[in-house]
Design a binder for this molecule. Structure first.
Ligand code: SUG
Length: 447
């Protein structure tokens, strides 16, 4: 069997990174609304995380930012005239809408798509479904471009299959890999795909929650069918409404998996016993490690504030045991850090901790795991990945210089009315397409 790896593709943070308070139920986004943002620092933090993974010997890829502000969406909403006039008019009469069209939210690559490795699918190809992200308007305008980016990176029909985002009006909300875990013995062997949903669209009515449940069961089921997964290797589990109400808007805020380990808060799922039962029976002979953090040790509140579970659980070449890549905030939170130090001494596969600084993203509710999309690839598939999107020493340094040249140090909500920001974004993205050897890629380059 050829060697198979799990690659992470991180979203490169765009130059319009700002705090607009757009995501109800995401406490960081709401609490930090209108805070001054630091786009240059944000992008450099993201790049430094990618580079750290690369230095540790992991294969690391990159997803490029989307065109923001998204003038085509504003035009669809009835704003007309020159691009500057569109911005001015939107700022006057619909500043909330303008902020949505300015969001750099595509940085959170865990919401880009759901990906099933070739060893899980019935046609032996890697399947991608971009997430429709329809619960939040600013995110619902991402999927067309996400799909174009994925098609450019994974451009080979023999190995990769790209689906359209799911349709569905108010139904079939899909948030991608943020609600999707995979358990396996080796990456290249058939795994159990664990889809986590927050609501039924067409079934029994949901219990009323304080915040919206973003992922629908029916959406997850549609993706499992489209990806050609074996039904005996798929588990659907419901998020606990307690978690959603505490600000756990995606499952990756309260759990993370790698190989045969599911690291989770004890309150993460609505019916834990049934989940464990189903995973064990789908998984087969070998043991699965369910590592549960008790509420008494780390409260849900602390888990969500520190983003302890929004970590990446990885195997670093040459290191025995798994490593958690965590946000600094989980080192700064006393009870979380105390728990982590004990965890690595216990008899579980998790043995190392690494802390990364992604504070600018964290203030919008996006930790290390939100920033990355996992893609399991065997050697043949890896050889087909567009090399421009693989992080190397050279790409890291080129992109750092590009960020220094084009990104503002600070951005506040009034700056979104500044037409210069639109032109700065376009100049930056135009140069980026050259760095990535993409030709005319963005919509503004094609008019
Ligand atoms: O969808 N925040 C994102 C954070 C996504 C985190 N992703 C994962 N958990 N995988 C969201 O809520 C806030 C934007 C603002 O308020 O400006 C935002 O979109």
């Amino acid at each position: 069997m050829s060697h198979t790896v799990e690659m992470n593709f991180d979203g490169l943070i765009g130059n319009t990174h700002n705090y607009a308070g757009l995501s109800q139920g995401n406490l960081a986004s709401t609490n930090n609304a209108k805070l001054l943002s630091h786009p240059r620092r944000a992008a450099k933090e993201g790049l430094a995380k990618m580079y750290r993974m690369h230095q540790l010997g992991l294969k690391q890829g990159i997803l490029i930012p989307q065109e923001r502000p998204h003038i085509p969406t504003l035009r669809q909403m009835g704003f007309s005239g020159t691009d500057q006039a569109v911005i001015e008019k939107a700022h006057k009469s619909a500043p909330g809408l303008l902020a949505m069209c300015y969001s750099a939210s595509s940085m959170w690559a865990a919401n880009a798509a759901t990906v099933s490795p070739s060893s899980d699918t019935n046609d032996g190809r890697v399947h991608f479904t971009p997430a429709n992200l329809k619960s939040m308007f600013h995110r619902s305008i991402e999927h067309n471009m996400t799909s174009n980016i994925l098609k450019v990176i994974f451009n080979n029909d023999d190995h990769f299959c790209h689906h359209d985002a799911l349709p569905g009006g108010i139904h079939l909300g899909d948030e991608g890999a943020a609600n999707h875990n995979r358990l396996c013995t080796e990456y290249g062997e058939q795994g159990v795909e664990l889809f986590v949903y927050g609501r039924h669209d067409f079934g029994p009515s949901n219990t009323a929650s304080r915040f919206p449940a973003r992922q629908s069961l029916e959406a997850s089921m549609a993706i499992a069918r489209k990806h050609g997964l074996s039904s005996n290797k798929v588990v659907m589990a419901c998020q606990s409404s307690q978690v959603i109400d505490a600000g756990g808007f995606h499952n990756d805020v309260v759990s993370v998996s790698n190989k045969n380990v599911l690291f989770m808060h004890e309150l993460a799922f609505a019916d834990k016993a049934s989940l464990f039962e189903q995973v064990k029976s789908a998984y087969g002979e070998q043991p699965v490690h369910f590592i549960q953090v008790p509420e008494q040790r780390v409260s849900l509140d602390n888990a969500i504030k520190s983003y302890l579970f929004n970590s990446q659980l990885v195997e670093i070449p040459g290191r025995e045991g798994m490593t958690l890549i965590l946000p600094m905030e989980s080192q700064e939170n006393k009870s979380v850090y105390r728990y982590l130090l004990e965890l690595i001494e216990q008899d579980t596969p998790i043995k190392h901790l690494e802390f990364v600084d992604v504070r600018q993203s964290m203030r919008n509710g996006g930790g290390p795991a939100c920033l990355r999309l996992r893609v399991v690839l065997n050697e043949q598939e890896l050889a087909q990945v567009n090399p421009s999107f693989m992080v190397t020493d050279e790409l890291f340094s080129t992109l750092n210089t590009w960020v220094d040249k084009h990104y503002r140090d600070e951005l506040c909500s009034d700056d979104l009315a500044d037409p210069d920001l639109l032109f700065e974004s376009r100049i930056a993205l135009d140069e980026l397409t050259k760095i990535m050897k993409l030709g005319s890629f963005y919509e503004f380059q094609q008019v």
